[in-house]
Design a protein around this ligand. Sequence first.
Ligand code: PAN
Ligand code: ZN
Length: 177
Amino acid sequence: MIPFSVSFDLNDLNNFSGNHIVRRYRDVKNVFLKQDPFLEKENPIIYEVFEVARSEREGDLTFLITIIYPGTVQGEYFMTKGHFHAIEPTAEVYYGLSGRGLILCQNKSGDFEAIPIEKDKAVYIPPFWAHRSVNISCEPLVFFAVYPSHAGHDYETIEKCGFKKRVFAQNDKFILI
Ligand code: PAN
Ligand code: ZN
């Protein structure tokens, strides 16, 4: 691999040259507590990822931006599926670009943390911690992330056991339940 740069110009992501992953309501509805007939019909984009993953080799890094749109499913804020890294001793750094959110983190001993993210705040996700991002604001939550390219993603474990807490809107604030 040779050194390179890419543009994450949010006004011009149509020309983005990496992996573009789009998750619509029907792709992720199972992560929410309740279902929503209106969202089922409209099937809006809940979040999307623009990822630069040119290698899966140990030693390389993969980086991306995630955009989680504002909204709720019956009061539960829009969020990502969440995952462990398949190679568990791999960490990740998130860097907030706009909006406000929570990064839910949970390990296999059952420890749970909800770390706030916003513009210019960096969040460190240590090895062995599953992570899910939740948009608790009324604008898109946008963050940059970088992680080891060989990490891989394990979605199944968290699909089965879930996160300990969910994030709901209540009187213009968020509550963890
Ligand atoms: C992030 C996430 C991204 C989307 O790049 O993959 O925010 O979340 P899900 O993968 O849980 O759908 C990351 O943590 N990569 O390792
Ligand atoms: Zn990750």
